[in-house]
Ligand binder design. Structure first.
Ligand code: ADP
Ligand code: G6P
Length: 487
């Protein structure tokens, strides 16, 4: 993939709440740095292939003032990243509070999971201001500032206001979650401020065309006087381009990872352990949007309805720890762990454990081996912005050509060819169970045909392409041809 337009003379500043690495204090007073999980961080890998950029974000923990310089230096030297330090109290209210207890559930149309607003919105505003304070000294004429995700919805507006004097400075925003329909969006505190802030961008991007349309509709309802065309919004003398820019993965990198000795050893050991059994695989952050309970219920039902499969199929469910301080996530963990116990209690024998549940983060090589060993990958989200796991599974299935099961409510339903997946409604347990049966019984020829169709998209719509398309749209001020998926 080429780098972005060679005429571009400025620099790219990426701003996201999450930095690419997670920092943990060690006993010896030093810090351990490991790769952060989640689609946002994974997606940015491709961006690094097309442009050098500086990454601004919160380090995820409260760092003592004596250690701040050490962390700052390490991040600058090793990751070209700039940490934005927040006090524990402020980060708690911004991250666990407003971002993950109000915005996240509402953006996923799940108001029942939202917490009741306390003083979180003040903290949210304050953190967006602090981010702006930290970025201002770095911003120069002709720079492109690319803000990511729901933690920083007010930031584009603040930056535009404070950087008025910079010449040809561009601001873009990309939302990594779904954008809801206006009946959910209008529940949000700050909905007007959010729309005004996004209207001060040059480009606002979403994973799918539907999310872009829903944003265009919401903005018109929330801000009277907004004029819209299919691709832009005009309001009070401003114009912002709004479009879908589907994220993807670097599929070559997954294939290379799978070829490493570590991954091959892991693969051989998984294959040995589950010899004679089919593997259904789930890889999800332990988030209520991922539909993990629904998956367990359907698997339970499937084993009950199809006793011929008992002993012959396992579900490996990787649950990556996430946002463990938020109540709704704690409740979910209990629910999932009870269900795992129930399904295993009902169908296990001394020789057979139907569900293998791992609540932990694993190394990418082991993940690639799991993807390669699986026969079916089950994406059962009840809402999901895009879902990169589905792409990663496909990229590691060159040999096996396994089946991708996809819930109706996932962004990837609009990017991957529907006819190549086994599609289901995660709420409809009996039919979901039958879909599992269909997936497990699919013949080789059919799997091969579907696999090829999926890989055409996965290999073409990479994260590098996503980054290049977005930045070039920002640079040129118009939507180039073929940047989004065909309708
Ligand atoms: P979400 O963004 O909601 O977490 P996605 O499916 O889009 O969902 O992305 C999840 C990403 O997290 C994938 O790229 C996956 O490879 C990555 N991931 C999963 N486990 C780990 C891990 N242990 N460490 C780092 N990244 C991980
Ligand atoms: C989703 C969000 C990202 C977030 C990621 C992991 O992909 O869109 O913004 O970084 O989940 O969640 P976390 O709360 O750990 O950053």
């Amino acid at each position: 993939m080429d780098s972005i337009d060679p005429d571009f003379e400025g620099r790219v500043l990426v701003v996201a709440n999450r930095l690419p690495m997670t920092i943990k204090p060690k006993d010896d007073g030093e810090f351990e740095y490991s790769i952060s999980s989640g689609g946002l961080v994974a997606g940015m890998k491709g961006l690094a292939k097309v442009v050098d950029f500086k990454w601004f974000g919160w380090p995820g923990i409260d760092i003592h003032r004596n250690d701040k310089d050490k962390v700052r230096l390490h991040l600058a030297d090793n990751f070209n990243a700039v940490p934005i330090f927040l006090s524990k109290d402020l980060a708690e209210k911004h991250y666990n509070g407003f971002s993950n207890s109000i915005l996240w559930p509402l953006l996923h149309r799940m108001p029942e999971k939202a917490g009741l607003e306390t003083d979180w919105s003040k903290a949210y505003q304050e953190v967006n201001e602090i981010f702006a304070d930290n970025i201002l000294p770095h911003a120069e004429d002709s720079d492109m500032i690319w803000v990511h995700d729901y933690h920083l919805l007010l930031l584009p507006g603040i930056l535009r206001d404070r950087l008025k004097k910079k010449k040809n400075l561009k601001i873009g925003f990309f939302l990594h979650t779904p954008f809801p329909t206006e009946d959910y969006f209008t529940i949000l505190p700050f909905r007007e401020e959010i729309c005004k802030s996004l209207l001060l961008c040059d480009v606002v991007g979403f994973h799918t065309n539907q999310y872009a349309k829903d944003f265009l509709d919401s903005a018109r309802i929330v801000l009277p006087g907004v004029a819209r065309s299919p691709v832009d919004l005009h309001w009070a003398g401003q114009r912002v381009l709004v479009h879908d820019f589907p994220l993807g993965i670097e599929s070559d990198e997954w294939r290379e990872k799978l070829e490493t000795e570590t991954a091959q050893t892991e693969l051989a050991s998984i294959q040995q352990q589950f010899k004679g059994q089919k593997i259904l695989l789930g890889v999800d952050r332990l988030d209520y949007i991922k539909g993990i309970p629904q998956k367990l219920l359907a698997f339970d039902r499937f084993l009950t309805e199809h006793p011929e499969w008992v002993g012959k199929v396992v579900l490996i469910q990787l649950a990556i720890p996430t946002r463990a301080d938020v109540d709704a996530y704690r409740v979910l963990r209990e629910e999932v762990e009870q269900l795992v116990g129930r399904v295993n209690g009902r169908h296990a024998t001394f020789k057979y454990t139907p569900v293998h549940y791992l609540y932990r983060s694993i190394k990418p090589e082991l993940l690639s081996a799991l993807y390669a060993a699986a026969d079916v990958c089950v994406i059962s989200s009840v809402r999901d912005g895009l879902n990169l796991v589905s792409y990663e599974f496909a990229a590691c299935q060159e040999k096996k050509k396994g089946v991708l099961m996809m819930s109706n409510y996932v962004g990837a339903m609009r990017t991957l060819p529907t006819s190549s997946m086994v599609v289901f409604n995660p709420w409809d347990t009996p039919r979901f169970a039958e879909r599992i049966n269909q997936a497990l019984n699919m013949g080789e020829e059919e799997r091969e045909k579907r696999y090829k169709e999926i890989m055409k998209v996965v290999d073409t719509w990479t994260s590098a392409k996503w980054g290049k398309n977005f930045l070039e749209t920002m640079m040129k001020g118009e939507i180039p041809k073929n940047v989004g998926m065909p309708d």
